[in-house]
Write a protein that binds this ligand. Structure first.
Ligand SMILES: Cc1cc2nc3c(=O)[nH]c(=O)nc-3n(C[C@H](O)[C@H](O)[C@H](O)COP(=O)(O)O)c2cc1C
Length: 374
C-alpha cells in the first residue's frame, strides 16, 4: 500500500503533464458575460484585488489548488508553487497527504511548502473515502489526520470528495456510505477550519446544504470543465491493461456539474466558496467571483508552470492578475466586493441548467444589480 500510493502520486503528475485530461463542458465560463462599462471610472493601477478568506487577508483571490506531494520527484513542483504563494500572498493546497500518513519518510515532500511559504495560507488535504473503513484499509484516525495538519502547519484542512476518481481507479476505494457522518465527526474535532473539496464533478445545492450540516467552514465546488480525474485514471488504467476501469474512466470523463453552475448551486449554503475546475484566465476568475466565489482555484495551469520553473509560476500569475484587473476595470469594479455587485448576464447552457433548477430569479437579479441601484 505504501509504495502503491507513492507511485500513484508521480503517475498523476506525469499523466496530467503528458496527456490532455481536460473535459470541456457545453456550460462554460463564456456563458458568463459582464455588462461593459464604457466610462468605468476605475483606474487599472489602483484596483484592489485583496480578499478575506476564513479570517485571512489574501492579496489576490487566487488559490493554488491541491496538486501533489508524496514522491521525491514532485518536491520541486511544491517548492516552486509555495515560493510563489509566499511572494504573492496566495492560498495554496498540498496534494492528498495519504502517502505521508502511511509512510512518514515522504513528509518532507509536503513540508517543503511551509518551509518555502512561512506566511501563506496553506491547506492540508485528506480524502473523504479514507475517513471510513474500506475493503483494503482502515479509516484514518483523528490522530493521523492531525498529523497531516501538523506536517505543514496548515491553516485549514481540505477533505476531498472524489467518488468518481475512486470508481475509475483500478485500486480505488469503492465505499462511500458513512462519509458524511465521518466528516461531521471530523469537523467537530479538528482545530482548523475544514473545507470540503470536490475534484471535478461539482457540488449541487442539496449537497452544499448537507456539507453545511456536517460543519464545514467552506466548500470548494470543484466543478467539471477542467482537469478530469476520470480521464487521468483512464490513462493509468490503459497503461495497466485494466479494461474495466479504462471504460469507466473514458465514459465518465466529462461527468459532473460544470463549475459556473456549481458556484450558483452551492451558494445556497451561504458558506465561503472556492471555485475550482477549468479556470484558465483572469477573466474566468472575475466570472467566478461575480457569481459568488470567495477565492478561485487553478490546478493544471500551476502544475504546468511549476514543472518548468519558479519564474514560470510568477509569469503565469502576473498575466492572470493583469487579466483579472482588466475585467474589473471594464465592469466598473475597483474592489472584489464591488465586482460582486456588477451586472452580469448568464446565457447558454449555464442559463438553461440554472433555470431548470429553479434559479431564474437569481439570474435576473444578477443581470440588474447595478441598474437597480441607479
Ligand atoms: C495531477 C493532479 C493531481 C491532483 N491531486 C489532487 C489531490 O491530491 N487532492 C485534491 O484534492 N485534488 C487534487 N487534484 C484536483 C485539483 O485540485 C483540481 O480540483 C482539479 O485539477 C481541477 O482544477 P483544474 O481544472 O484547474 O486543473 C489534482 C489535480 C491534478 C491535475
Amino acid at each position: 500500500m505504501t509504495d502503491e500510493v507513492k507511485q500513484r502520486k508521480i503517475e498523476h503528475v506525469n499523466v496530467a503533464l503528458g496527456q490532455d485530461v481536460s473535459a470541456p463542458q457545453r456550460a462554460s465560463w463564456s456563458d458568463i458575460q459582464f455588462v461593459h462599462q464604457a466610462l468605468p471610472e476605475v483606474d487599472l493601477d489602483t484596483i484592489d484585488t485583496s480578499v478575506n478568506f476564513l479570517g485571512h487577508t489574501l492579496r489576490y483571490p487566487i488559490f493554488v489548488s491541491s496538486l501533489t506531494g508524496g514522491h521525491p520527484d514532485v518536491m520541486m513542483i511544491n517548492r516552486n508553487l509555495a515560493r510563489a504563494a509566499e511572494q504573492y500572498g496566495l492560498a495554496i493546497g498540498v496534494g492528498s497527504q495519504r502517502a505521508a500518513i502511511v509512510n512518514p519518510d515522504l513528509a518532507p515532500t509536503y513540508a517543503v511548502m511551509r518551509e518555502q511559504a512561512p506566511n501563506a495560507f496553506i491547506i492540508a488535504n485528506v480524502g473523504a473515502p479514507q475517513l471510513i473503513p474500506q475493503a483494503r484499509h482502515e479509516a484514518f484516525t483523528l490522530e493521523q489526520v492531525q498529523r497531516a495538519i501538523d506536517m505543514i502547519g496548515a491553516n485549514a484542512l481540505a477533505v476531498h470528495m472524489n467518488s468518481l476518481q475512486e470508481a475509475a481507479q483500478p485500486e480505488g476505494d469503492r465505499r462511500a456510505v458513512g462519509e458524511a457522518r465521518a466528516l461531521k465527526a471530523l469537523t467537530a474535532q479538528v482545530k482548523v477550519p475544514v473545507i470540503s473539496k470536490e475534484t471535478g464533478a461539482g457540488v449541487s445545492r442539496e449537497q452544499a446544504l448537507l456539507l453545511r450540516s456536517c460543519g464545514v467552514s467552506a466548500i470548494d465546488v470543484g466543478g467539471a470543465g477542467g482537469s478530469s480525474m476520470s480521464a487521468m485514471e483512464a490513462e493509468r488504467s490503459r497503461s495497466r491493461g485494466d479494461e474495466r476501469t479504462l471504460s469507466i474512466g473514458l465514459l465518465y470523463r466529462d461527468w459532473g456539474i460544470p463549475t459556473p453552475i456549481a458556484i450558483v448551486e452551492a451558494s445556497t449554503a451561504r458558506l465561503p466558496l472556492i471555485s475550482t475546475g477549468g479556470v484558465r484566465s483572469g477573466l474566468d476568475i472575475a466570472r467566478a467571483l461575480t457569481l459568488g466565489a470567495s477565492v478561485v482555484g487553478m490546478a493544471f495551469p500551476f502544475l504546468k508552470a511549476a514543472s518548468e520553473s519558479y519564474e514560470s509560476v510568477c509569469e503565469l500569475l502576473e498575466t492572470t492578475i493583469a487579466q483579472l484587473k482588466v475585467a474589473m476595470q471594464l465592469s466598473g469594479a475597483a474592489t472584489i466586493a464591488q465586482l460582486r455587485e456588477v451586472d452580469v448576464v448568464v446565457t447558454g447552457e449555464t442559463r438553461n441548467w440554472l433555470t431548470m433548477r429553479g434559479f431564474e430569479e437569481d439570474l435576473k437579479a444578477m443581470a440588474q444589480r447595478r441598474w437597480r441601484r441607479i
